[in-house]
Unconditional design. Structure first.
Length: 120
């Protein structure tokens, strides 16, 4: 309903309705108008509509805030899980680097031992 009230078709339709109300009560029914100028009944309807629109917009804003809060909470949980996974992968990466360094050191020792055996 909020999207309907916040649209150009609503604004145009509302303006057309008000112009028709004024024209009907001013010229068409000039002697038997049910709401002659200054259009007190129309003013009452507009006031009631403004009150309803305010309440509807507040309800919609609260709903949108709740949706935004839920999405922010989901984003936080996702980010925390991603952080934990990245930290875990970093630990695994550090372990792999340590193993590679040990293998390189072991390979260097073996190649120097082989060179000594061959008399180079």
């Amino acid at each position: 309903m909020r999207n309907g009230m916040g649209s150009w078709p609503f604004v145009v339709g509302f303006l057309v309705f008000m112009i028709m109300w004024a024209a009907t009560n001013t010229w068409v029914l000039s002697s038997r108008a049910w709401d002659p100028y200054p259009y007190i009944l129309l003013n009452l309807f507009l006031s009631m509509l403004a009150g309803l629109q305010g309440a509807i917009l507040l309800i919609a804003a609260k709903r949108q805030d709740a949706i935004a809060a839920a999405m922010a909470q989901h984003d936080l949980e996702t980010n925390l899980m991603a952080k934990a996974e990245i930290e875990q992968l970093s630990v695994i990466n550090d372990q792999q680097l340590k193993i590679l360094k040990e293998l390189l050191a072991l390979g260097a020792v073996r190649s120097s031992d082989a060179a000594v055996r061959e008399g180079i």
